[in-house]
Design a protein around this ligand. Structure first.
Ligand SMILES: [Zn+2]
Length: 81
């Protein structure tokens, strides 16, 4: 799964893949919560992309906006910005 191909995709599309997950990783403190994808789609709508989500993201622990997304499938994460 190429991260560069994932970033422009809707969160809703990632969510429909069996076993797929997203995590937002703070570059400052390392906090890395899994994304509650159904909640994201409900809040922002089905058109929101992974890249949009990262742009909106803020670390819930330290407030830092330098957040990366980690996309994984069945425990095999790959990294993108
Ligand atoms: Zn943080």
């Amino acid at each position: 799964m190429d991260p560069e191909l994932i970033a422009p995709q809707p969160v809703a599309a990632v969510m429909r893949r069996a076993g797929a997950w997203l995590a937002l990783v703070c570059e400052r403190c390392g906090h890395a919560p899994r994304v509650d994808m159904p909640a994201v789609v409900e809040r922002y709508g089905s058109e929101i992309t992974v890249r949009d989500l990262v742009r909106r993201a803020r670390c819930t622990r330290c407030g830092c906006r330098e957040v990366e997304v980690c996309i994984g499938h069945d425990g095999q994460p790959s990294w993108t910005t």
